[in-house]
Write a protein that binds this ligand. Structure first.
Ligand code: SF4
Length: 449
C-alpha cells in the first residue's frame, strides 16, 4: 500500500479504511466479506496508508515465510499509519503478533468477520450520515478478483489432520455453508457478470459431511449440501465452474460425468502430495493412493478432456530414495497436466516436525530439481498435444499488443496463459474460440476463429 498521498479526510466524509489482504484464495474470500460489511456500514476503502483512518491487515500464517511477510506488513502499516487491526490465520495465535507488534489495536483469527468489523467500529466509528439504502454497494458484495471470475467458498476448516499442516488448528474443523446460501451467492455473482466460479474450501470433496448432507431449499427447489448436488446446481448456471482442493475420495468419480457433459469444467485440482504409500501414511493424507492411477485412467476414459492439477511435497521426513523414486514413477504414470512442488519445510506447531529422519536440505533440493525436470517434460508434452485444437478461451486482459486469456485447463494465478497476439478487439470476460498455434512448457499461443 503506497504512502505518499496527502490525507483528504474531513469531518463530513466517510471514514476510510486501508485493507491489505495476504495469503490464499480462502483468505481473499474472507477479505471480500469483511470489505463488503465495512462498505455496508459506510466505510470507504482507500489505497494508501495516508488516506486511511485505520488499516486492516488480513494475515497468512501457513508457513514461516508467510508469517514473516505478515509481520513485516503489520510493521510497515504501523510505521506508515499507526492504527492497525490484524485478522486472519496468523491472528489465531494473537501473541505471535502482539509480542512483536504490541501497538496493534486488535487481533482476531480467520473468518472472524464480526470481530474485525467490530474493532473497526470501535476505533473509527461509522459516519452518522451513512444511509445503507443510499450508499450503494454492488449486490454481489466487494470482489477483490476481476469482475469476470470469483471465488466461491463453500466451507471453512478441515476434519483432517495432515501432519505437515496447521490449518485445522487455525481454522477449526469443517463447517460447510448451507447449499442454499452457496447457490444464492453463486446466482448473485453470475447476475453481476461473473463468467467463472472457482469453488474453494480446504477440502471440497468433504462438503456437507459435517451437516450429514443436509437438504436445503433455494427458491423452493431442494438442494443437498453435497459436492455432487452443488456441482449439478452450479452447472445449470451457464458459467464456467472450476473445482479446487478436491481429495480423491470414491465419490469424486460421480462428478466426472458432469465434466464430460460440459456442466462443469473438466478440471480437477487434487493435492496428491506424494506417490509413496508409506510417506502418505506418515503425512496422514485423506484418500487412498493405491488405486489412484487406475481411477485417473478411468476418469480420462469418461472425460478425455480432463485436466488434472496437483501439488507435491518433496523431502518429507523419512523419505528415502526409494520413496522418492515411487513419487517419480507416480507422476510418470499419472501424466498430470499441471504440477506445483515444494520441498518440505517445518511449520511451527505441525506434528511432522517430531517425525524421525528429516531429509538434509541439499538432498531435498536435488530431489525437487529432479522432480521438476521430469514434470516439465510431461507438462510440455501434454501442452504440445493441444496444438491445432480449437479451444474456448476466457479473456483476462487486453492491451495494445493483444489479448491474454485462459483455456478451461487453466485456473487464474496458478496455471498457464493463452496469448492471442494482436487481437485487441476482445473485451475482458469474453469467451472466444481460438485455434492453438504454439505451446511451450507452460503457456499457449492461439488465433481466434
Ligand atoms: S486436508 Fe490436510 S492439508 Fe488440507 S487443510 Fe486439511 S489438514 Fe491441512
Amino acid at each position: 500500500m503506497p504512502s505518499n498521498n496527502p490525507s483528504n479526510t474531513d469531518e463530513h466524509s466517510s471514514p476510510k479504511v486501508g485493507f491489505i489482504s495476504l495469503g490464499c484464495p480462502k483468505a481473499l474470500v474472507d477479505s471480500e466479506r469483511i470489505l463488503t460489511e465495512l462498505r455496508k456500514d459506510g466505510y470507504e476503502v482507500v489505497p494508501t496508508y495516508q488516506d486511511a483512518d485505520v488499516v486492516v491487515v488480513n494475515t497468512c500464517g501457513f508457513i514461516d515465510s508467510a508469517k514473516k511477510e505478515s509481520l513485516d506488513t503489520i510493521g510497515e502499516a504501523l510505521n506508515e499509519n499507526g492504527k492497525v487491526i490484524v485478522t486472519g490465520c496468523m491472528g489465531a495465535n494473537a501473541e505471535d503478533i502482539t509480542n512483536i507488534h504490541p501497538n496493534v489495536l486488535a487481533v482476531s483469527g480467520p473468518h472472524a468477520y464480526e470481530q474485525v468489523v467490530g474493532a473497526v467500529h470501535e476505533y473509527v466509528p461509522p459516519s452518522k450520515e451513512h444511509d445503507p439504502f443510499v450508499d450503494l454497494i454492488p449486490p454481489q458484495g466487494i470482489k477483490l478478483t476481476p469482475r469476470h471470475y470469483a471465488y466461491l467458498k463453500i466451507s471453512e476448516g478441515c476434519n483432517h489432520r495432515c501432519t505437515f499442516c496447521i490449518i485445522p488448528s487455525m481454522r477449526g474443523d469443517l463447517v460447510s455453508r448451507p447449499a442454499g446460501d452457496v447457490f444464492a451467492e453463486a446466482k448473485g455473482l453470475v447476475k453481476s457478470g461473473v463468467k467463472e466460479l472457482l469453488v474453494i474450501s480446504q477440502d471440497t470433496s468433504a462438503y456437507g459431511v459435517d451437516t450429514k448432507y443436509k437438504l436445503e431449499f433455494h427458491d423452493g427447489q431442494p438442494i443437498r449440501t453435497k459436492m455432487l448436488d452443488l456441482c449439478k446446481a452450479l452447472g445449470d448456471l451457464g458459467v464456467w465452474v472450476r473445482l479446487h482442493y478436491v481429495y480423491p475420495y470414491p465419490h469424486v468419480d460421480d462428478i466426472i460425468p458432469l465434466m464430460a457433459e460440459g456442466k462443469i469444467l473438466p478440471y480437477l485440482d487434487i493435492p496428491f502430495q506424494h506417490g509413496s504409500p508409506k510417506i502418505l501414511k506418515a503425512m496422514k493424507r485423506p484418500g487412498a493412493i493405491d488405486n489412484t492411477l487406475t481411477r485417473i485412467k478411468k476418469w480420462r476414459e469418461i472425460c478425455p478432456e480432463l485436466t488434472i492439477r496437483s501439488t507435491f511435497i518433496v523431502g518429507f521426513p523419512g523419505e528415502t530414495e526409494d520413496d522418492f523414486q515411487q513419487l517419480l514413477d507416480f507422476i510418470e504414470e499419472a501424466q498430470l497436466d499441471r504440477v506445483g512442488a515444494f520441498t518440505y519445510s517445518p511449520v511451527d506447531g505441525a506434528t511432522a516436525n517430531d517425525l524421525a529422519d528429516h531429509v538434509p536440505e541439499d538432498i531435498k533440493e536435488q530431489r525437487l530439481a529432479r522432480f521438476m525436470e521430469k514434470q516439465a517434460k510431461i507438462s510440455e508434452a501434454r501442452l504440445q498435444l493441444k496444438i491445432g485444437k480449437t479451444l474456448a478461451i476466457i479473456i483476462d486482459e487486453v492491451d495494445e499488443e493483444g489479448a491474454i486469456g485462459r483455456s478451461q485447463a487453466d485456473a487464474p494465478e496458478i496455471d498457464g496463459m493463452v496469448y492471442l497476439n494482436d487481437e485487441t478487439h476482445h473485451q475482458v470476460g469474453d469467451i472466444v474460440l481460438a485455434k492453438i498455434t504454439h505451446a511451450d512448457e507452460h503457456d499457449l499461443w492461439a488465433e481466434s476463429v
